[in-house]
Design a protein around this ligand. Structure first.
Ligand code: PEP
Ligand code: MN
Length: 271
């Protein structure tokens, strides 16, 4: 089975450092921002909403893995500097997805953390390339991946020498159709037991419904997650991507108050 990803008596919990933000320590970390970078205005307004609500890392997709090739594919290379500027303006480190090894150098130039999306969890050539770089990685669980498969995939990155891997449960495919995915919160205590890597939860993709996100965010922290990945958009009804699961600035602020209460209750302190 896996080796480097697994807990061992001599191995301390991994703390992943994204600039000055520590993921996997006592304090939970919330990553927030829009699904996709759409424009300078949208990215800056969404970044301010993320920062003002209490997020400590900004997210935003430039290269978007879309189910349909006719859907908006992201601003691609043009989106990266916009996200970087929005991060600089709000003093937040930024995370964005890399879909292909050929984009890695370009994405790493603009990002403080690389996201590997669900659809690429077993893109082993990409994982091997990411293993060779030293940028921290937000590594999402495949939508139909078992936890064994997930940890073995993380092993590809660790084996290459990149130890800065953060896991992220983002919902799995089940027979249930009323939500986009089924949040597998079982995964949180199970992963925390089996691996020393930090574990985040993404209730936005896990539910697909903005009104459910705050409840599942609280549940994730109660289950022992080290933080959250949440989609926040300055104007969700007009979002080009995933608007129905994105929180407005007000909804995000309210969610953070609720999450803070749960974090304190479970001994993690204010996020
Ligand atoms: C995302 O975070 O925008 C995303 C595409 O997520 P996932 O890979 O989990 O579907
Ligand atoms: Mn999305």
């Amino acid at each position: 089975m896996t080796a480097l990803a697994l807990r061992a008596p001599e191995r301390a919990d991994t703390i992943v450092r994204v600039r000055d933000v520590e993921i996997g320590g006592p304090r939970i970390v919330v990553i927030a921002g829009p699904c996709a970078v759409e424009s300078e205005e949208q990215a800056f307004a969404s970044a301010r909403a993320a920062r003002d609500g209490g997020a400590r890392i900004l997210r935003g997709g430039a290269f978007k893995p879309r189910t349909s090739p006719y859907s908006f594919q992201g601003l691609k290379g043009d989106g990266l500097p916009i996200l970087a500027r929005a991060g600089a303006a709000t003093r937040l480190p930024v995370v964005t997805e890399v879909m292909d090894a050929r984009q890695l150098a370009l994405v790493a130039e603009h990002a403080d953390m690389l996201q590997v999306g669900s659809r690429n969890m077993q893109n082993f050539s990409l994982l091997e390339e990411i293993g060779r770089c030293r940028t921290p990685v937000l590594f999402k669980r495949g939508m139909s991946a078992t936890l064994d498969e997930y940890l073995l995939a993380a092993e590809y990155i660790l084996k290459g020498g990149n130890s800065q891997v953060v896991l992220c449960e983002r919902g799995i495919r089940t027979f249930e159709q009323s939500t986009r995915n089924t949040m597998d919160l079982n995964a949180v205590p199970m992963l925390k037991r089996r691996t020393h890597l930090p574990v985040l939860v993404d209730p936005s993709h896990g539910t697909g419904l903005s009104w459910m996100v705050p409840r599942l965010a609280c549940a994730a922290i109660a289950a022992g997650a080290d933080g959250l990945l949440v989609e926040v958009h300055c104007d969700p009804p007009h979002a080009w991507c995933d608007g129905e699961q994105s929180l407005s600035p007000d909804q995000f602020r309210q969610m953070m108050r609720e999450v803070a209460a749960v974090a304190v209750a479970v001994g993690r302190g204010e996020p």
